[in-house]
Design a protein around this ligand. Structure first.
Ligand SMILES: [Ca+2]
Ligand SMILES: [Ca+2]
Ligand SMILES: [Ca+2]
Length: 457
């Protein structure tokens, strides 16, 4: 929570309250790029850039945001405790913020170590009744590599990297690293599993993404590539546990979660072993050490809702250096090589009468929130509802240039394998191959400009 910051629209209206006419507003045409989050754009390029609440909330909304913020940062403990007890028996980490550092990305994985903010989704082949992945007997749908005293962690994970190379048209060579995972010390025999590694993704701006009208997203879908541009774009339809219906998926690296509340409730349950009203059973049902008690929730309904609201009302940092010629040419090149076919720039959020601050915002997240086939290199060979083993959700690019400032590293993609923006681009295959090939044909100067544009988003 940082209050001494400026919201763009707010600055003008406040300083020129009496003459709040067109003139005193920021010139939208010239500065349009600053406003990645519409009126919920914050000017901050420091380490707290992802951690600002919305502008124009009511006093009670600000209070809920604050309570959610505290709970997001709270480490849960294993002992029975009035508010923050119930950790485990199995878990991956002790708090939301320990994985989503500064409301941003997980820490980078290091060869030979067990990663702390990288999760492994597990399943056996096939789908459940709602299209969901099938859990592995004795391990469930996620590998927990930590356990409280008296319980057994499911396994350790070791990472190794193998290198491969990409060569630009001008002859320059870039070395990429591909992770390989080995599971050791499993508490019982780990059967042959489908495994999907996923690093913690940034959590700011997600309320705005949730508020994009479904029609606007579906307008970009082209499952069978009928316009033959090589880009399909497929919506994922996933199970909403509360409404007991299939719904458009928006969150997670495969758009495998329908809304923020379910995503947050799932995180408490699977990542931390904290039961809640949406997922009331401990995540270790198959383990013998399970104590059989699932009669009380370990995070209260109101704290769970507060955390979901906190995430929903996190603002987006402004773009920087937008009036430089490097930024402008980088932006043209981004569109020229076809990055915008998936990283779609503009939306207007729908009106929510109960939450004006999130309504009718002109946002620039640079994503279509749809699934794309991204080639062998990125494949996890594991389906997740309608997403197949080659498909991933287009990652939003707003705020991406601040990742290093907030998280101290610039590792990207679903498992954090890319060590910088250039490597992230060079991993694009499948539907992204053509765009990547175009990028590889650019001159060094042009490539640097495109990356400069991303660095300032
Ligand atoms: Ca628990
Ligand atoms: Ca498990
Ligand atoms: Ca198409």
């Amino acid at each position: 929570m940082k209050k001494s910051v400026w919201f763009l629209g707010f600055v003008c209206c406040n300083l020129f309250m009496l003459a709040c006419n067109k003139k005193s507003f920021v010139d939208f045409s010239e500065n349009a790029f600053l406003l990645l989050g519409g009126g919920q754009t914050i000017i901050d390029e420091g380490s707290g850039a992802f951690s600002h609440g919305f502008n124009n909330m009511t006093e009670s909304q600000e209070r809920i945001h604050e309570i959610g913020d505290i709970t997001f940062e709270q480490a849960f403990v294993s002992a029975p405790a009035p508010k923050y007890g119930g950790l485990g028996p199995l878990y991956n980490n002790v708090s939301c913020v320990s994985c989503h550092v500064g409301d941003g990305r997980g820490t980078a994985s290091i060869a030979g170590e067990t990663p702390s903010s990288l999760l492994f989704r597990l399943s056996i082949a096939g789908n459940g009744t709602h299209g969901e992945p099938l859990p592995i007997p004795l391990f469930g749908g996620q590998l927990q590599n930590k356990a409280i005293q008296g319980s057994l962690k499911e396994a350790d994970v070791a990472i190794q990297f193998e290198s491969l190379q990409e060569t630009y048209a001008d002859g320059e060579i870039v070395t990429l690293q591909k992770p390989k995972y080995t599971f050791t010390n499993s508490y019982t025999v780990l059967p042959n599993a489908l495994v999907s590694p996923r690093i913690a993704s940034p959590v700011f701006g997600l309320g705005l993404l949730q508020a994009i009208p479904e029609e606007a997203l579906l307008a970009n879908a082209d499952i069978h590539d009928q316009n033959a541009d090589g880009i399909s774009g497929k919506p994922n339809y996933v199970w909403n546990v509360r409404t007991k219906q299939k719904q458009l998926g928006r969150f997670g690296w495969k758009a495998n979660q329908p809304d923020l509340l379910q995503q947050v409730a799932g995180a408490y349950n699977e990542d931390m072993g904290i039961t809640n009203f949406i997922f009331p059973k401990e995540n270790c049902l198959n383990q013998v050490q399970y104590d059989g008690r699932n009669d009380e929730v370990e995070v209260s309904d109101s704290l769970l809702q507060a955390v979901a609201f906190y995430i929903r009302s996190l603002a987006v940092p402004a773009a920087r250096k937008v009036n430089t010629s490097a930024f402008k040419s980088g932006y043209s090149l981004f569109n020229q090589v076809g990055c915008n076919a998936c990283h779609v720039e503009n939306y207007v959020t729908q009106v929510d009468v109960s939450f004006p601050a999130i309504s009718n915002q002109k946002i620039k997240p640079f994503t279509d929130l749809l699934l794309h086939e991204m080639g062998e290199g990125l494949a996890d060979y594991r389906s997740d509802f309608d997403a197949n083993g080659f498909e991933w959700r287009t990652a939003p690019l707003w705020g991406i240039g601040l990742a290093k400032r907030v998280n101290g590293h610039s590792n990207f993609l679903h498992d954090g394998r890319a060590r910088n923006l250039e490597e992230a681009i060079l991993w694009h295959g499948g539907e992204g191959q053509h765009s990547k090939d175009q990028f590889k044909k650019l001159s060094k100067e042009q490539r640097l400009k495109l990356i400069y544009f991303l660095e300032n988003l």
